[in-house]
Design a protein around this ligand. Sequence first.
Ligand SMILES: Cc1cc2nc3c(=O)[nH]c(=O)nc-3n(C[C@H](O)[C@H](O)[C@H](O)COP(=O)(O)O)c2cc1C
Length: 213
Amino acid sequence: MDKSAMFTLTYGLFAAGVEEGGKKNACIINTAIQATSDPMRMHVTMMKSNLTTQLIRKKGSLTVSVLSLDCPLEVVASFGMRSGRDCNKCEGGGFENDSNGNPYLTQNTIAYMSLNVASMIDLGTHNLFICDVIEAEKLGAGQPMTYADYRALKTGGSVAKAADKKTDAPKKKTWVCSVCHYVYDGDIPFEDLPDDYKCPVCGQPKSVFVEEV
Ligand SMILES: Cc1cc2nc3c(=O)[nH]c(=O)nc-3n(C[C@H](O)[C@H](O)[C@H](O)COP(=O)(O)O)c2cc1C
């Protein structure tokens, strides 16, 4: 099986936000998808090891902020490559609360949805939350960022620059964590990393990385 085929699926890029017991937190997800329109339902797939997941399980609700195409990489890194266990990701502001008291992003975001968890499926490493959409608002004009846009930003510095690179230069191989989509960008060639190398974002072993051209 060519696992990199999975990267041809189109995803958006979002921040899942929750407040529980006085702790506000958010993390990047690419797995928010509309399930049905009547009733309006969405589902999100969340790693059990994430603090955000654990808070959502307790609270039973969350927000999904739809990131804009011009969202800086630093914002994605800030919410997607460190845990709220080690820092307060929401201390800088740029949030408002929905009616459940869960934070949603007000910058770099074109819309948000408030979700109440209706049911949860245990997928082993992940929880799949099936949710009722109880609020949804547009926050501004602009295009949503897709996972492909994010990948282009990671490798080219900007979506436009990455698009140029695609046509002008030979394609560079990259290694991507198939669990959390972290893109390895270290100086040591990926093949030369020790066998006990782990994804710095989700802690999965080297073997779950997939070579992407
Ligand atoms: C591009 C990208 C996509 C991600 N998609 C998901 C996802 O769909 N579900 C998930 O649980 N984590 C996903 N993550 C990983 C979390 O954002 C990451 O583990 C974060 O550090 C968790 O923070 P927390 O412990 O504060 O919740 C993604 C990260 C990135 C960079």
